[in-house]
Design a protein around this ligand. Structure first.
Ligand SMILES: [Fe+2]
Ligand SMILES: [Fe+2]
Length: 137
């Protein structure tokens, strides 16, 4: 799945990280479509996992700093994402319906970005409007 600007939350550093995740997902999609050997897919899944872990840690740290009320719940949904990646890797190893599995994960991750992430982004925009628009300067 390609990144689409309608996925943007308006927080540049987070949007850039989400873009990188979609790039990695697209690479996996292509590898699956080309029927690349397992060691290539495995490498790409590792890269996705490593970057995802970094991104989720950044978000969680940011939500902690701003004392976002839903931060614990949000962190729980992140733990679920990491579990899903591990499951995706396991399922792709068996290689049954690989395209469907990747698509399922992509849609699932997109839902997180458009629901859970958008929710904290709206909160930040509301609570820190002056900061976001540079009115404090
Ligand atoms: Fe995110
Ligand atoms: Fe998130």
């Amino acid at each position: 799945m390609k990144w689409n600007n309608s996925f943007a939350l308006g927080i540049e550093v987070i949007d850039n990280q989400h873009k990188k995740i979609f790039e990695r997902l697209l690479a996996i999609e292509n590898a699956v479509a080309k029927r690349d050997p397992w060691h290539i897919l495995r490498f790409q899944l590792d890269e996705l996992g490593t970057y995802m872990k970094f991104h989720l840690a950044v978000e969680e740290a940011m939500l902690e700093v701003i004392r976002y009320p839903g931060r614990l719940q949000h962190a729980e949904s992140h733990a679920e994402i990491m579990k899903q990646i591990a499951e995706l890797e396991e399922a792709l190893k068996q290689n049954s319906k690989a395209e469907d599995l990747v698509r399922f994960f992509e849609n699932w991750f997109l839902k997180h970005v458009l629901a859970g992430d958008r929710e904290y982004a709206n909160y930040i925009k509301m609570e820190f409007a002056a900061l976001m628009e540079g009115r404090n300067a």
